[in-house]
Design a protein around this ligand. Structure first.
Ligand SMILES: Nc1nc2c(c(=O)[nH]1)N[C@H]1C(S)=C(S)[C@@H](COP(=O)(O)OP(=O)(O)OC[C@H]3O[C@@H](n4cnc5c(=O)[nH]c(N)nc54)[C@H](O)[C@@H]3O)O[C@H]1N2
Ligand SMILES: Nc1nc2c(c(=O)[nH]1)N[C@H]1C(S)=C(S)[C@@H](COP(=O)(O)OP(=O)(O)OC[C@H]3O[C@@H](n4cnc5c(=O)[nH]c(N)nc54)[C@H](O)[C@@H]3O)O[C@H]1N2
Ligand code: SF4
Ligand SMILES: [Mo]
Length: 744
């Protein structure tokens, strides 16, 4: 019988571990207990001593054990033989990749990079090691169904597409939260743990929190005020707020005044957008708009924030730009409690490229073959992928590497992609499941489960509310023969370039990559390389900490941080809150912030036309749920129990007009498709707006997701037209889709 140790609360068979949850930007520290004899997770709790998350946890973090032990999770590579899957050795799997890729030219290949890449220790640092050597001309990613508008504005305004300023919620007196629902999402492009408690704290110190959303979310319930807005109209509303600031002489550029260019252009741009002129379309009364403008001007410190609801919409770039413009024009930029650049301990790889070094970007350097969509930041809309595979002719895509993505669910016009994928000659998926997308692959190469690999977030710390950092060791050993995903990426890059797996020297290629990183930071690789006895992402993490703001720069700054120093602190290190650093961080050719990039301002006439048209008829928006993570956590029993969550939310007045009743079913139809969903009637929806969660639709016979299939739900991207995009970024507008709703 097992005895329990009173001081630790664990049996003598259990070992204790610390791990940082890789599922969202909260980066919660977790305390895990593992039964040594059974090699099973027995308990997961929030780690109270974690310097960053201080014990916070959500149901997804507690389910990491179920994810790890999930019998449906792939533990070995599989190759498809007809409609059967055969488990194979890693050597056989790579050999199959060689055979499939053989004879295809580099420009017949592409890759699709999915969301978990941003949270995965290996993938985030090594995706380029597949893409660049393979010679594929361009890639697709879920970035164009997510933050592409923010990348465009950030690149043009500040000089790097990932230098995204974040609201300093921990010190603000006024938080304007637009199109984000941290209650469900945990916060996005805003890393700060437990944001609902942060709302309470802001209010307790006399501050105010205002949520702008077509839905009265649980975040809005916790705030001082919910402003219901018509989907897609945020840019017009933000211009009206700016109009009031300019009109009443309330503009104040604050500490960045001498490094802001384009101020007069903004003044002219908002001239026609009076609160009265936008009240019809936005559905926000003019007096509310004026009051918000006055409150922002009067607040000692205001943080202006827009997230997915402002990106995944028709005017995504304008709206994403205007949150920053409002922050700058109200004196709330680069100052505590306002919008600030993060100061990460680890220098993020994505900060290497700057417009100061590379010049300003041009857009539309090439167009997609079939639709003629202009390239933006090197990508065209993710929805183009289907037609590029399905349409014959020179340049037709025949090879695809899917890296941690499930676009059959997550990308607009998903029915077209589902129909196109079986036509591929070489479809290699890096994924841990046979799901709605990977069911069409020829080979699936699984990665380790999160608990089988170390963890240190890469990009997320760059918009964190504090300069913190923490290291997690792997908890379980890798399965026999299982390579790390960084190694898989290197191998695939070389195989696509025509090399044989047996000839690939992973360590030498990794050293070459690391040497270029050293060079990029002015270090001599010949001096740095010999300091390490192993490569891989861990070496890059050490490099990124040592060249970071607190690092030792390999001895130049004695006493500075290294990965070893962070590993010595199991609860992590915290080097303090965000600091004003725009002067050092902005990396445009002029060194100034471009408040009014021509490319963006040129879209205002389109907004004006849309404002004149207004919206009639119903529109559809998406929602996230606390117990989901996009499309891939529905196979964990703890995350799908209880009542059906994949419901159509509809306002009571709309429901009674249409004749929908509680427990009934609605048919929702758009120009892209039609589907049925159970009805949930609630006054949390603005009338005229209906809402479906995204990430569902698991009723595929070819997938191996036994639990998810029992809770299938519907795929809302069947309703999203691929051509409905924010024109400046090409980002999908999965919010504000015109739909017809009837009784099913
Ligand atoms: N639990 C959980 N957490 C997640 C995820 C998940 O799937 N589940 N996904 C992760 C990912 S990939 C991301 S990108 C982040 C996203 O994080 P968030 O941006 O917080 O995402 P949502 O929770 O979808 O909240 C978006 C809100 O925008 C509103 N909205 C829709 N259209 C409009 C509009 O036109 N204007 C305005 N003002 N609001 C609008 C919606 O009603 C919704 O409340 O979450 C991440 N975290
Ligand atoms: N209608 C609508 N559509 C949307 C959105 C919306 O709000 N509404 N949101 C959009 C947004 S913001 C995003 S980010 C995208 C997300 O869409 P995707 O980027 O496609 O992400 P997921 O749907 O989460 O699928 C992730 C895949 O990665 C696999 N995976 C998970 N962890 C790992 C790992 O460590 N290694 C490997 N190799 N594989 C792993 C999972 O099994 C799953 O197949 O969806 C977008 N689509
Ligand atoms: S998914 Fe939950 S436990 Fe994991 S980091 Fe996010 S909030 Fe924390
Ligand atoms: Mo996302």
């Amino acid at each position: 019988m097992l005895s329990e140790n009173r001081s630790t609360g664990r049996t003598n068979d259990e070992s204790a571990h610390r791990y940082t949850c890789p599922l969202c930007e909260c980066m919660c520290g977790l305390d895990l207990l593992v039964s040594e004899s059974e090699q099973r997770v027995t308990l997961i709790r929030g780690a109270k001593d974690d310097v960053w998350s201080k014990g916070y946890i959500c149901p997804k973090g507690s389910a990491l054990g179920q994810l790890h032990h999930d019998p449906d999770r792939l533990r070995a590579p599989v190759v498809r033989v007809g409609d059967q899957w055969r488990e194979v050795s890693w050597d056989e799997a790579f050999q199959r990749c060689e055979e499939l890729a053989h004879g295809l030219a580099p420009d017949e290949f592409t890759a699709f990079i999915g969301n978990p890449v941003g949270h995965n220790f290996s993938l985030s640092r090594y995706t380029g090691q597949l893409v660049v050597p393979s010679g594929m001309p361009h890639v697709y990613s879920s970035g164009t169904v997510d933050q592409w508008p923010k990348n465009v504005t950030t690149l043009l305004m500040y000089g790097n597409q990932w230098l995204i300023p974040s609201p300093d919620v921990q010190r603000t007196d006024y938080w304007l939260c637009m199109g984000g629902n941290p209650e469900a999402s945990g916060g996005s492009l805003l890393a700060s743990p437990d944001l609902l408690s942060e709302i309470d704290t802001i209010r307790a110190r006399g501050g105010k929190v205002v949520v702008v959303d077509p839905r009265r979310t649980k975040t809005a319930d916790r705030a001082d005020e919910w402003i219901a807005i018509q989907p897609g109209s945020d840019a017009a509303w933000l211009l009206a707020i700016l109009h009031v600031l300019f009109d009443e002489d309330l503009v104040d550029l604050g500490s960045v005044a001498d490094i802001v260019d384009g101020f007069e252009v903004v003044r002219a741009a908002c001239q026609d957008f009076t609160p009265e002129s936008v009240a019809g379309w936005t559905r926000v009364p003019a007096e509310t708009t004026r009051r918000v403008a006055h409150d922002i001007a009067a607040a000692p410190r205001a943080a202006i924030y827009g997230r997915i609801g402002l990106c995944n919409q028709e005017f995504g770039t304008l709206a994403s730009w205007l949150t920053d413009v409002l922050a700058i024009c109200s004196g709330n930029f680069d100052t505590p409690g306002g919008l600030m650049f993060g100061n990460p301990i680890n220098f993020p790889l994505n900060w290497l490229a700057t417009t100061k070094a590379n010049g300003l970007p041009t857009f539309g350097r090439w167009r997609s073959r079939v639709r003629g969509a202009p390239e933006v930041l090197g990508q065209v809309p993710a929805s183009c992928l289907a037609e590029e595979i399905a349409t014959p002719g020179a340049g037709q895509l025949k090879g695809l590497v899917m890296i941690a993505a499930n676009p059959v669910i997550s990308v607009p016009d998903s029915a077209k992609l589902k129909a196109a994928l079986p036509e591929l000659q070489c479809f290699i998926a890096m994924d841990n499941y046979i799901n709605e997308t990977t069911q069409y692959a020829h080979v699936i190469l699984p990665g380790p489960s999160p608990l089988e690999q170390p963890h240190y977030d890469e990009l997320l710390w760059s918009w964190a509310s504090r300069s913190a950092g923490k290291w997690s060791d792997a908890i379980f050993p890798l399965a026999d023969g299982q390579p790390d995903e960084w190694e898989i990426l290197i191998r695939l890059g070389q195989i696509l370039a025509g090399h044989l797996n047996a000839d690939i020297d992973v360590a030498a290629l990794d050293d070459a990559y690391f040497s270029t990183l050293c060079g990029a930071k002015g270090l001599d690789p010949d001096l740095v390389l010999p300091l390490y006895d192993h490569g891989g992402p861990e070496r890059i993490v050490d490099w990124s900490i040592r060249v970071g703001p607190f690092g030792d720069r390999y001895g130049e700054r004695p006493g500075g941080l290294t990965l070893a120093a962070i590993k010595a602190q199991p609860n992590g290190v915290d080097m303090g809150p965000m600091v004003a650093r725009a002067r050092e961080a902005v990396c445009t050719p002029t060194g100034h912030i471009d408040l009014a990039p021509d490319y963006i301002v040129a879209d205002i006439p389109r907004l004006q036309r849309r404002l004149a048209e207004g919206t009639d008829g119903m529109v559809l928006v998406s929602r996230r749920q606390r117990r989901s993570k996009n499309s891939w956590l529905h196979n964990a029993p703890a995350l799908v129990g209880g009542k059906d969550r994949c419901t159509l939310l509809i306002n009571p007045d709309d429901a009674s007009r249409i004749g929908l009743t509680v427990g009934g079913r609605a048919r929702i139809t758009s120009t892209a498709g039609s589907l049925e969903a159970p009805v949930e009637i609630s006054d949390e929806m603005l009338a005229g707006v209906v809402c479906l969660p995204h990430g569902w639709g698991h009723d595929e016979s070819g997938s191996r997701l036994s639990i998810a299939r029992e809770h299938a739900g519907v795929n809302n991207n069947l309703l999203a037209p691929g051509t409905f995009v924010d024109e400046l970024s090409g980002n999908a507008a999965v919010n504000g889709i015109p739909v017809e709703v009837t009784v099913a």
